[in-house]
Design a protein around this ligand. Structure first.
Ligand code: NDP
Length: 279
């Protein structure tokens, strides 16, 4: 890793999203829209990194004077390990999705949770304060959203995961065993929630989760982190009277938070979400 990162070769500040696969990424489109909207002169591209060698793939970007990058699947944990400094939310997640390159150091942040919280509060207009929240899953995405959800003052957060021990570990790590608790899917019987968040990857394989129909309270928001099509979770929630949302809003909101970290300007997200939804 270079001690001091080079200045950019021209006046344009360069950014990228790094992942594998990466061709499907909507991030270049989203950041181009933000840059146009806020008159920021930046470039943003998608970079494919070889599996298991994130650090190696990052070096040319550092050498070329990039200002920062977004990190996506499967490199969020590897990227965490190469950062010199971590934000509190990155530490809580143990993973980063936004790196800033400053004075020869790499600063890691995680904007996924802020993206989810902003989408639920500002776009979907559901209150998190005082809410009973259920998080399904205990993988990287679930870990990334726990602290920001906790900071929104909910009444309770239950984490239910196929591998129960992972949910338990998340509770321990949160340091708040009063508000946060772990559950199996089976034990969700006779419980109801104001907000149910599917942070499992079951949507990718169209797999239904073994969750009871009655977990969706009146006026419940059922939030599927995946986007692009209706998943079995969304179908089940809809059939049981919940308002259903997918993760497109979260995607745009987490990008807006990254844009703010880099540029100090908050772009408007609603027009970008609407444009992506219609395209
Ligand atoms: P991980 O691989 O880290 O975690 C997967 C989770 O899904 C684990 O909790 C796992 O349980 C659970 N799971 C997998 N298969 C099953 C199954 N058949 N039945 C029950 N549970 C299962 O994935 P991520 O956390 O990174 O991603 C999760 C989802 O969130 C993905 O759909 C991803 O696309 C989405 N996402 C969306 C974002 C957005 O901006 N909209 C941002 C980040 C993620 P176990 O521990 O037992 O293996």
């Amino acid at each position: 890793m270079a001690d001091k990162y080079a200045e950019p070769l021209n006046d344009i500040d360069r950014y990228a999203v790094v992942g594998n696969p990466i061709a499907h990424s909507k991030s270049p489109q989203i950041h181009a829209a933000f840059a146009k909207q806020t008159n920021q002169d930046i470039s943003y591209e998608a970079v494919l990194a070889p599996l298991g060698n994130f650090k190696h793939a990052l070096q040319p970007l550092l050498d070329a004077g990039y200002r920062g990058i977004n990190v996506t699947v499967p490199f969020k944990f590897e990227a965490y390990d190469i950062c010199h400094h971590h934000s509190a939310r990155a530490k809580s997640a143990g993973a980063v999705n936004t790196l800033s390159f400053k004075s020869g150091e790499i600063v890691g942040d995680n904007t996924d949770g802020a993206g989810l919280v902003n989408d639920i509060k500002n776009n979907l207009r559901h209150a998190l304060e005082g809410a009973h929240i259920l998080i399904l899953g205990a993988g990287g995405a679930a870990q990334g959203v726990l602290l920001p959800l906790l900071n929104a003052n909910p009444k309770s957060i239950v984490i239910a995961n196929r591998t129960f021990e992972k949910a338990q570990q998340m509770v321990e790590k949160s340091g708040d065993s009063v508000i946060v608790s772990a559950s199996t899917f089976e034990k969700l019987k006779n419980q109801w929630f104001d907000i149910v968040i599917n942070a499992t990857s079951t949507g990718l394989s169209d797999t239904a989760l073994p969750i009871p129909d009655n977990i969706f309270a009146k006026n419940c928001l059922a939030y599927e982190m995946m986007y692009g099509r209706e998943t079995p979770f969304m179908k089940q929630a809809k059939e049981n009277g919940a308002q259903v949302a997918d993760g497109l809003g979260m995607l745009v909101e987490q990008a807006a938070e990254a844009f703010y970290i880099w540029r100090g300007v908050r772009p408007q997200t609603a027009p970008v979400i609407a444009k992506l939804r219609n395209s």
